[in-house]
Design a protein around this ligand. Structure first.
Ligand SMILES: [Zn+2]
Ligand SMILES: [Zn+2]
Ligand SMILES: [Zn+2]
Length: 386
């Protein structure tokens, strides 16, 4: 309810989750709301802590103040990621989002470590903690506030598919779980179960550590260079195929810089077209992709010439071979040059680690099946080509 109102009030175009401006508005909203909630929780714990002179409560209050750091990184990350491109960074600053989410993940690792250390200590030296009931009610109130914040962050993080915000969500959720352990420990020692504190703490810190590990992994992948999603590849293929004259699409390469995509691909057109006609088709594919994918694409044109008498038999032979080979490789750009003897040339895409014998074996089988083939040249494509 409140979350929806916040989004409607502070995000100009809530349906736009791709543009860097809209993402930044979502991200900064989550960051500032988190800062505000944590400051309220800080005061709500500090004031009673000072009044009754409870060191534990005052320390917990300052822990909540420390949580602001994670949300500050979110705000910082989205502010920088939104910056337009400049001379040094022509692809823009979208990948700063990944760096920010790595920082948030490392803060989460730190939280898991500190909490785990304290909990193991409690495990070996359990000491009963006593607290008045009003403290339980206060803790419950802060827990509910943090749980609302966690859910708000999760909704925003999922909406714009942002690892930074999902990291901040995990931070809020870990605080909720930690507070729940404190409450369980307070109730536990009233019931004569002093071990609840340590055991609960170890379980929760293990959980936080696992979330932190997943977040580190997810934020590092885009920086290393990750595989494009099958959905994106399918969408690009469909867009290219929707241009009249495009018979097939292959060799897609995609680079992602935050919301910006830079891609290249090959389109197969009839060899009977002249260069100007082929170029027109390539331009049309580029225009369609650039308009839909928010980025830049380069299209390479492959003329398909089926005139050679061996073209159709070799195509059928290769189709059968591909179905037989492990990992179901694909091939394209089949060209047959010369009469008798002739040359067979094509690209092979295995999208994996093919056995070293794959290419020579395949070439030998083609030559055995078609005695007039003098030479087979197979180009094995690298893994980032789809
Ligand atoms: Zn090609
Ligand atoms: Zn051109
Ligand atoms: Zn190729």
């Amino acid at each position: 309810m409140l979350g929806r109102w916040l989004v409607r009030t502070f995000v100009d175009r809530p349906d736009d989750t791709a543009s860097s401006h809209s993402r930044a508005q979502y991200g900064k909203l989550e960051g500032w709301v988190s800062v505000a909630v944590n400051l309220v929780v800080f005061v709500a714990k500090l004031v009673p802590g000072l009044v009754v002179g409870s060191i534990a409560l005052i320390a917990d209050a300052f822990h909540s103040l420390g949580d602001v750091a994670s949300s500050a990184v979110v705000i910082w990350g989205f502010t920088l990621a939104e910056k337009p491109s400049d001379r040094e960074h022509p692809f823009g600053h979208g990948r700063i989002e990944s760096i920010a989410s790595l920082v948030v993940a490392l803060l989460l690792v730190l939280t898991a470590w500190e909490f785990g250390k304290a909990s193991v200590g409690r495990l070996f030296h359990p000491h009963p903690v006593t607290a008045p009931w009003w403290l339980l009610i206060l803790l419950l109130a802060t827990l509910l506030a943090k749980e609302w914040l966690a859910r708000f962050s999760l909704a925003v993080g999922r909406r714009i598919a942002s690892n930074v915000i999902l990291g901040d969500f995990w931070h809020h959720r870990s605080d909720v779980l930690a507070t729940a352990v404190v409450m369980a420990a307070l109730v536990g020692s009233r019931l004569g179960l002093p071990w609840v504190d340590g055991v609960g703490g170890v379980v929760v810190s293990g959980f936080i550590a696992w979330a932190a590990y997943a977040l580190v992994r997810d934020s590092v992948d885009p920086l290393i260079g990750e595989a494009p999603s099958p959905e994106l590849l399918e969408e690009m293929r469909a867009l290219a195929l929707s241009v009249p004259g495009v018979e097939a699409v292959h060799d897609l390469i995609v680079h992602r810089y935050g919301g910006l995509l830079v891609a290249s691909l090959h389109v197969e057109v009839s060899a009977k077209l002249d260069i100007a006609q082929g170029h027109d088709i390539a331009e049309a594919v580029e225009a369609r992709l650039n308009e839909r994918m928010a980025g830049w694409s380069v299209v390479h044109v492959d003329p398909v010439d089926r005139e050679h008498p061996l073209w159709e038999p070799i195509r059928a032979f290769l189709d059968a071979e591909m179905a037989r080979l492990p990992g179901r490789p694909t091939y394209h750009d089949l060209r047959i040059a010369g009469g008798e003897p002739c040359y067979v040339i094509f690209d092979l895409n295995t999208n994996g680690d093919p056995p070293p014998t794959l290419v020579p074996d395949l070439a030998a089988r083609i030559r055995r099946a078609f005695p007039t083939v003098a030479k087979v040249q197979i180009l094995l494509e690298p893994r980032y080509v789809y």
